[in-house]
Ligand binder design. Structure first.
Ligand code: ZN
Length: 255
């Protein structure tokens, strides 16, 4: 089982793994096990792991336009652990990826952060973003849409799906980072002396401001912190070696 998005577009596969699929970290002390989990999960989705390109994740707003050629020739990209080409490449220092190439799967990992999928079925452009609070307030969503339009996407045709993440019920912040949300007061909820932020609300507002129609946005209603049987949660588990889900999107080649 896995969570599928964009079901009305059979030409695209957009999926998030579950806790029972195992941890999918790119960097890990248990990297062999994590790589095996990834290869197995991708295979179940009909995806060859060597066709997967992963974002290195730095909680920033950088977006990389990706092709097989650019990844292979990017001197900064590297193979994951010992399985080398079998596990696909990682592009460092980026939280979002965009491509128009078919049969190239873009991936990010998350365990509370928002995995956000983008698809323009007319132009044939896909994107994926790893959006934690830092990335969200620095603008990774808008930057991903900009790079998609560089690839030919038109905002009126773009659909967006927000995967399972930590919802407002559990995303609590302290006063130290409160000023970072000054622009988004509406999404800051103060309750019984605690402060919560509705990250999904902020992302949806950013999408609307960027011109994405409300009817083109779908959201997973599940909170990674609440659903302990189904998801890993960084905040809930507070483990030194965090376990994570993988989110991936790709356009299947017509056969
Ligand atoms: Zn929750």
């Amino acid at each position: 089982m896995a969570f599928h998005f964009f079901k009305k577009f059979p030409e695209v596969s957009a999926v998030v793994s579950e806790r029972k699929d195992g941890s999918m970290k790119v960097f890990s002390e248990q990297s062999e096990e994590n790589q095996e989990n990834r290869i197995r999960f991708f295979a179940e989705q009909g995806i060859a792991a060597e066709r997967v390109v992963s974002a290195g994740l730095v909680h920033g707003k950088n977006v990389e336009i990706t092709t097989v050629h650019s990844v292979t020739h990017n001197p900064r990209s590297w193979f994951m652990c010992n399985n080398r080409e079998k596990t696909g490449r990682v592009i460092p220092a980026t939280d979002a990826l965009v491509t128009r190439e078919k049969n190239l799967f873009l991936a990010v990992t998350a365990a509370d952060c928002l995995p956000v999928f983008f698809f323009d079925p007319v132009a044939g452009v896909i994107g994926i973003a790893h959006a934690g609070w830092r990335g969200i307030v620095s603008g990774v969503i808008g930057e991903t849409l900009k790079k998609m339009s560089v690839c030919g996407a038109a905002k009126e045709n773009v659909s967006v799906a927000i995967g399972p993440h930590i919802r407002v019920c559990h995303f609590e912040i302290q006063t130290d980072i409160l000023p970072r949300f000054a622009q988004y007061e509406k999404y800051v909820i103060k309750k019984e002396g605690r402060i919560y932020v509705d990250l999904e609300g902020i992302v949806k507002e950013q999408l609307r401001v960027a011109g994405i129609a409300k009817t083109h946005i779908e959201t997973s209603p599940l909170c990674t912190f609440c659903e302990s049987q189904t998801f890993f949660s960084y905040r809930r588990e507070r483990s030194k070696e965090p376990q994570v889900m993988v989110a991936t999107i790709g356009m299947k080649e017509k056969t």
